[in-house]
Design a protein around this ligand. Structure first.
Ligand code: NAD
Length: 260
């Protein structure tokens, strides 16, 4: 379905981003990977994608909390691929603390990566998409883009910002063939959430699996984690012709979290 398309997935060395990059490649898209991690492991993943799916896969190391580096990253990716048709703004970090104790540098880092990088990446990618009259921008927001939780001021503010930015991007491009939507996952068991599970286990003196169950029962009525593969399926759907008229909206995969 996506043969010949060029996709850039930020934060795709791990978790949700990696699953999305692999699924886009499985559907025929050439991909650019980005994110931090062990160089040999990243190279292995890149080569695996090329061999498994018979597409081109590139890795571009860029710290997307830096605005200039983010714009340069998109330009480098466009040159490597020969264009940008699909941009998945996925890279994100988390930190939890009450507002009055929230370290300023953690606030700045979360806003820079989880919100501002979406703006800079979108700004740099749009001209490529507008020129060709087709494009897909998929922002990985969160259930926290729609509702709040305590101790996540920066994350909730950034993700609500991403949902707002998604709507503006959609409106400004409504007649251009470029759509922009946000996927809002509930709990997904990636390294980002594993840290929160471990912190809860330590706080309550219970084992990690008991803490994982508690985390789910507090927020996610299905009592099951969303999988990266399910989110990747949603991203591929948003790239399909069926989603041509879907723009400026949010797609929740959250086990019922935001239904109550
Ligand atoms: P993860 O920690 O597994 O992956 C994060 C990715 O971002 C990694 O590839 C990492 O190297 C990269 N990254 C971190 N800092 C970066 C930087 N400065 N520049 C470039 N890349 C950077 O986390 P994940 O759970 O897969 O999260 C992916 C996205 O999904 C995030 O935006 C997160 O907020 C969102 N999300 C996650 C969950 C969840 O439950 N895991 C729920 C809702 C939304």
């Amino acid at each position: 379905m996506l043969t010949g398309k060029h996709a850039v997935v930020t934060g795709s060395t791990s978790g949700i981003g990696l699953a999305i990059a692999r699924e886009l490649a499985a559907n025929g898209a050439n991909v650019v990977l980005n994110g931090f991690g062990d160089a040999a492991a990243i190279e292995k993943e890149r080569v695996n994608i090329e061999l498994e799916f018979n597409v081109k896969a590139h890795y571009i190391n860029a710290d997307l909390s830096d605005p200039a580096a983010t714009r340069e990253f998109i330009d480098t990716a466009a040159k490597a691929l020969g264009g940008v048709d699909i941009l998945v703004n996925n890279a994100g970090i988390q930190y939890t603390a009450p507002i009055e104790e929230f370290p300023v540098e953690r606030w700045d880092a979360i806003i820079a990566l989880n919100l501002s990088a979406v703006f800079h990446g979108t700004a740099a990618a749009l001209p490529h998409m507008q020129k060709q009259g087709w494009g897909r921008i998929i922002n990985i927001a969160s259930a926290h883009g729609l509702v709040a939780s305590v101790h996540k001021s920066a994350y909730v503010a950034a993700k609500h910002g991403v949902v707002g930015l998604t709507k503006v991007t959609a409106l400004e491009n409504a007649e251009t063939g470029v759509t922009c939507n946000a996927i809002c996952p509930g709990w997904v068991r990636t390294p980002l959430v594993e840290k929160q599970i471990e912190a809860l286990a330590a706080k309550q003196g219970v084992d990690v699996e008991a803490a994982a169950k508690e985390l789910l029962s507090e927020k996610q009525p299905s009592l099951q984690f969303v999988t990266p593969g399910q989110l990747a399926g949603a991203a591929v759907f948003l790239c399909s012709d069926s989603a041509d008229q879907m723009t400026g909206t949010t797609l929740s995969l959250d086990g019922g979290w935001t239904a109550r």
